[in-house]
Ligand binder design. Structure first.
Ligand code: ATP
Ligand code: MG
Length: 333
């Protein structure tokens, strides 16, 4: 049974400078369905809309970001809602307790002039009433369970290493055992060894708490390591989605093929080809499939129509006329 269902989500940055309206179609018709206990990865080039999608799923919508269309349904059994129709107060209540967020930069969550202890206290105090010692005990227990030293509570964020700060952010995001954790590049700024530790920490939390994790990263190695399913985003749309092993073994969209083909393989020194050219500006997308100007297999149809994301096999969906030859470009429900 799906816990999260996203339908035709369009989330644009709409601004007006000197009377000229500019629309950046950052998320442009996304469909997703995520099941209980699933780790779902989102990959794609810089600027394709990954962070905007995560922010929208969290209901963190501030101008110029505007929801133009779509629905985001969460079904937690005891609580069911379309996050886009909640008021700010309702939205605050479900955040962290039901849906939590790990941003790319831990500094945007940790207050630089507060000791970590105080950040935990104000954070938890905003959600529940605690006796004084109860709260301290809960935080220490959680940190210890995650293998983090409780001394970090006395530190200010700048006194911790980048890796430790990111672990503390993850501890904060998981302390209320949220049903969904949205992680936006949780380890990108870290070196490889520390990165591995951070990803392992996320895995341990998921095994223990059985949350859904939606993780954004450009690092396909991390996706391979942690995700059950992966969605590939290109210019604001999901263009392919499949189980992790399937997408690595049988990528179908030409863009995914480039993305996976460009990964280094141990012992193989041959030249790796990445996608030619660069992604289109989201404020001025080409007609038809947004990948067509870079696609070596482009056909006339691709220049005019956008292929819908259709099932090719069980749990493998792709938006490409090469694969979906019969696509009538009908809307997917
Ligand atoms: N506040 C804003 N106003 C206007 N455009 C914006 C704003 N924030 C982001 N954008 C644009 O929206 C598009 C998607 O941005 P987003 O941050 O979602 O991409 P991303 O896939 O997360 O990229 P990265 O991998 O670099 O983090 C980009 O073209 C970006 O320039
Ligand atoms: Mg981003």
């Amino acid at each position: 049974m799906s816990v999260l269902k996203v339908k035709d989500l369009k989330s644009y940055y709409i601004s007006e400078v000197f009377g000229i309206k500019r629309t950046v179609r950052a998320v442009d018709g996304v469909y997703m369905e995520i099941n209980r206990d699933e780790v779902f990865g989102i990959a794609g080039e810089s600027g394709c809309g990954k962070s905007t999608l995560i922010k929208t799923l969290l209901g963190m919508i501030k101008p110029p970001l505007t929801i133009v269309d779509g629905e985001i349904y969460y079904d937690f059994g005891d609580k069911k809602f379309n996050i886009l129709s909640l008021n700010p107060d309702e939205s605050r209540k479900i955040r962290w307790e039901y849906i939590s967020y790990i941003p790319q930069s831990s500094m945007s969550v940790l207050n630089p002039v507060r000791r970590i202890r105080d950040t935990f206290k104000s954070f938890l105090g905003a959600h529940k009433k605690f006796e004084k010692d109860e709260l301290e005990g809960l935080v220490k227990e959680h940190l210890s369970a995650l293998g983090l030293p409780t001394e970090v509570l006395n530190a200010y964020p700048h006194q911790l290493s980048g890796g430790m700060r990111q672990r503390v952010t993850i501890a904060l995001a998981s302390i209320l055992k949220p049903k969904v954790i949205l992680a936006d590049e949780p380890s990108t700024a870290l070196d490889v060894v520390v990165q591995r530790g951070v990803i392992q920490l996320l895995r341990n939390i998921q095994e223990e708490q059985k949350n859904i994790i939606i993780i954004v990263t450009h690092d396909m190695g991390i996706h391979a390591n942690i995700c059950d399913r992966i969605a590939i985003m290109y210019a604001g749309k999901i263009i392919e989605e499949a189980r992790t092993d399937e997408i690595f073994k049988h990528p179908l969209h030409p863009y995914t093929t480039y993305l996976i083909g460009s990964l280094p393989k141990i012992g193989d020194k041959s030249y790796r080809v990445s996608a030619p050219g660069s992604p289109p500006p989201l404020s001025n997308l080409p007609n038809g499939c947004s990948f067509h100007p870079r696609c070596p297999y482009v056909m006339e149809k691709c220049k005019k129509e956008f292929p819908s994301l259709l099932n090719v096999e069980d749990e493998h969906r792709v938006a490409c006329f090469l694969v979906n030859k019969e696509d009538d470009n009908g809307a997917r429900d």
